[in-house]
Design a protein around this ligand. Structure first.
Ligand code: GLA
Length: 384
């Protein structure tokens, strides 16, 4: 973290001639339960992790925003706040900055010109919400420069709007909200209908291990948007405003009349919402065997009913669970189609699990996995 901050300050100074006045820090996340439920007004149980995007800024005396992306080979961008802000055709990262300015201007906030530099240590394209953290950190820093105050939920909604309205990804609100509202030592149960947040302590005997399959996800994913449309079609067919409003007996009764793909999607969402409450209760009881069972059921549902896993991710889950048994839980995490699996297990088992991955993942997939030790972390803050 200190290295990240000093790298940001050095990059900022060499580009803009002075240190940043403010630095906002937004974490990435892993989701422990509730995938593809947020945009169905459902329940999720993510935790922020100690991997971050930092956005440093200082005011300019004109009406322009100049940006440096340290991790994108020091690429830069500049745009004016009094002209229509177009999306950038080649630098995808620029669109998170341009989009942040645009969603604020569209909502009639007065923005001041500024210099911004961004850097981070959240692996990109791994499903750990580096883009949500980028949008949240940039919005927070723009708010500081322009003297605007946002409530946490408002900040998360604006960051979601950057994705939905400017970048073109129809994501839900989970990633942005946990990046804003994360807490040390806890996951947060989020009701994506009311946006109520309930901290849920992760048992002290279990630690987080995040394993990246290194199957890259596309940032703006056609398959993701397709799943979202299928969920809407299923809700529409069932005469519901969303899949959260669906009861088990209603789906059972309607199933034979439904397109089988839509029925599978609806079953996943229904069961996954229930599993969020079950996992939270298992955390409170510190019931590791139940945690193991519930996370395994979620993975199978994401594999077979929602069809968002890839063989490499399924292989990682098999390797980890065959070593760990019911001493911990493991599942894919996030949007799917590659990316990471998350495991919750005793520290003392890390060595064995890592060894099993090194022995069996490459031979079964042709890829090397990356393994991250992560800790539940606090949400957005100004660190400078
Ligand atoms: C991505 C989206 C989230 C959520 C997850 C799946 O991370 O950004 O809104 O839908 O996928 O749970």
């Amino acid at each position: 973290m200190n290295n990240l901050l000093s790298g940001l300050k050095a990059g900022f100074s060499s580009q803009f001639g002075a240190s940043p006045e403010w630095v906002a820090r937004a974490p990435g996340r892993v989701n422990l339960m509730g995938d593809h439920t947020d945009y169905n007004a459902g329940l999720v149980l993510p935790c922020a992790i100690d991997r971050y995007v930092l956005a440093g800024s200082s005011p300019r005396d004109d009406n322009e925003i100049h940006v440096l992306a340290i991790d994108a080979n020091n690429e830069s961008d500049a745009f004016k706040l009094d002209k229509p802000i177009e999306s950038h055709s080649t630098q995808l990262w620029s669109n998170y900055i341009r989009g942040a300015a645009q969603v604020l201007l569209e909502r009639n906030y007065a923005l001041a010109g500024c210099n911004i530099a961004v850097t981070g240590n959240i692996p990109q394209g791994a499903g750990l919400s580096s883009s949500a953290a980028l949008a949240v950190s940039v919005l927070r820093t723009l708010a500081e420069v322009s003297k605007i105050q946002f409530q946490p939920v408002e900040l998360a909604r604006l960051a979601q709007a950057v994705e939905n309205e400017f970048v073109g990804c129809a994501c839900g609100i989970m990633d942005q909200l946990i990046s804003v509202a994360g807490m040390n030592d806890s996951a947060i149960a989020i009701d994506c209908s009311s946006l109520a947040l309930t901290p849920i302590r992760i048992p002290a005997s279990l630690s987080l291990l995040v394993i990246n399959s290194n199957v890259q996800r596309a940032l703006v994913d056609g398959q993701y948007n397709l799943r979202r449309e299928q969920c809407h079609s299923a809700a529409h067919f069932l005469g519901k405003p969303n899949l959260r409003a669906l009861e088990t007996h209603e789906l059972r009764e309607a199933e034979s009349r439904m397109d089988p793909i839509l029925a599978r999607r609806a079953w996943h969402v229904l069961d996954e919402n229930r599993r969020v409450g079950e996992l939270a209760a298992a955390f409170e009881r510190e019931d590791t065997a139940a945690i193991s069972r519930i996370m395994a059921a979620s993975h199978l549902s994401l594999r077979d009913l929602f069809e968002v896993t890839v063989p490499e991710v399924d292989l990682l889950v098999d390797i980890v669970s065959s070593v760990m048994g019911d001493q911990g839980g493991v599942r894919m995490t996030g949007g799917g189609f590659g990316g990471c699996v998350v495991a919750l297990l005793p520290n003392s088992r890390f060595g064995e699990v890592e060894q099993a991955i090194r022995q069996n993942y490459h031979s079964g997939s042709g890829l090397e996995a990356s393994i991250y030790h992560a800790r539940p972390a606090g949400g957005i803050s100004l660190v400078h």
